[in-house]
Design a protein around this ligand. Structure first.
Ligand SMILES: C[S@@+](CC[C@H](N)C(=O)[O-])C[C@H]1O[C@@H](n2cnc3c(N)ncnc32)[C@H](O)[C@@H]1O
Length: 336
């Protein structure tokens, strides 16, 4: 058992870092794509291995500042692009031997602390929730979408039991004024039957809005497809998820492209030779007790990975059909 790598800074804890390193083996060198650069937790550690190169992306332009610092230290081995997962295949990578692509989903501590991003229910002012490169904000969602649409967003993206009541009260209150962050918090608090649950009353609704505003479902699906295309034979695709919707998508995608029997009735059975991934572990890797003690939010993290079996760059997947209901909810944004 390898010892958990402890964080360098008090406030930033790259989740499941030891476990990720043991999967991607940076000691052998090679090019890796960090799709969620954030505060460079993974990137900086990997670049400590001399023969590695990192291409990092993040939708948040604020990461550019940290990217400049990394770049000054590892000039020839690091490149940052302000892009979304769905733009992964825009990278010109034909000549690169990509040994690993990884995602650490969700948001960083810097983003939650940033009042302008309005991700936290503790903030005042307008709702926002845009992580970067977005088309609309949570302010428009709350003040413009109808009751059915809001109910579905809260129910399917937040798994909130009182979705309908909360949506109904939002519509009632917004007749009086445009709703801001603390108006929404008040509405959620007075709408909930069980006012004293273990988690904050607003957690699920705020999660739902963040997923909707950042189109996290299609971003993840497009990111997984893009990553699978650019990886070379024996390359590793690894994803750290933080909530059940993300984990379901990753689990299904990996399983469906690794099993020889099709797991969907919409797709014909796949011949063994046609499967593009090897799934070494069916169960996800979870943080150690030690990591959870140091960084409690890591308790919901799950790491899944697959290994690419051959150089196939085009393949069929039914992932969009499988999660059609969620993608249809995301499409409510076309009205905004
Ligand atoms: C949990 S943080 C990553 C932390 C990073 N692993 C570290 O150790 O510093 C997630 C990052 O992913 C970025 N992100 C989330 N969704 C994205 C998307 N669709 N495209 C690009 N970046 C995204 C966020 O902006 C955030 O900076």
């Amino acid at each position: 058992m390898k010892a958990t790598i402890l964080p360098e800074k008090k406030d930033h804890f790259p989740v499941l870092l030891t476990e990720l390193l043991s999967i991607i083996s940076p000691q052998y060198g090679g090019t890796f794509i960090d799709c969620t650069f954030g505060q460079a937790g993974y990137t900086k550690k990997i670049l400590e291995f001399p023969k590695t190169k990192i291409i990092a992306l993040d939708r948040d332009i604020q990461c550019e500042r940290i990217a400049e610092l990394v770049s000054s230290k590892f000039e020839n081995r690091f490149l940052f692009k302000n892009l979304r997962f769905s733009q992964l295949t825009n990278l010109k990578l034909k000549k690169e031997n990509i040994r690993g692509v990884f995602f650490d989903l969700g948001y960083s501590i810097n983003q939650i602390k940033d009042k302008k991003k309005g991700l936290s229910f503790d903030h005042s002012g307008k709702l926002n929730m845009q992580m970067g490169l977005n088309d609309f904000s949570a302010h428009e969602v709350i003040n413009k979408l109808d009751k059915v649409e809001l109910t579905k967003i809260f129910k399917f993206f937040g798994e909130e039991k009182e979705s309908k009541k909360i949506a109904s009260n939002i519509l009632k209150e917004r007749k009086k004024k445009l709703l801001e962050t603390q108006d929404l918090v008040k509405i959620i608090n007075y709408s909930k039957k069980n006012k004293y649950s273990k988690i904050n009353n607003s957690t699920k609704i705020f999660q739902a809005l963040r997923i909707f505003v950042n189109k996290e479902i299609s971003e993840l699906i497009d990111g997984l497809i893009g990553a699978s295309k650019i990886l070379k034979k024996d390359g590793v695709l690894a994803v750290v998820t933080f909530h059940s919707i993300e984990d379901k998508i990753v689990k299904y995608f990996f399983k469906s492209l690794a099993e020889k029997k099709s797991i969907s009735r919409y797709m014909p059975s796949i011949k063994e030779d046609d499967t593009i991934f090897k799934l070494e572990k069916k169960k996800p890797i979870l943080p150690s007790k030690e990591e959870i003690f140091i960084n409690p939010p890591s308790r919901s993290a799950k790491l899944r990975y697959v290994i690419k079996k051959k150089d196939i760059f085009e393949f069929k997947t039914d992932i969009r059909d499988k999660f059609k209901n969620l993608l249809e909810i995301e499409d409510f944004s076309k009205k905004l």
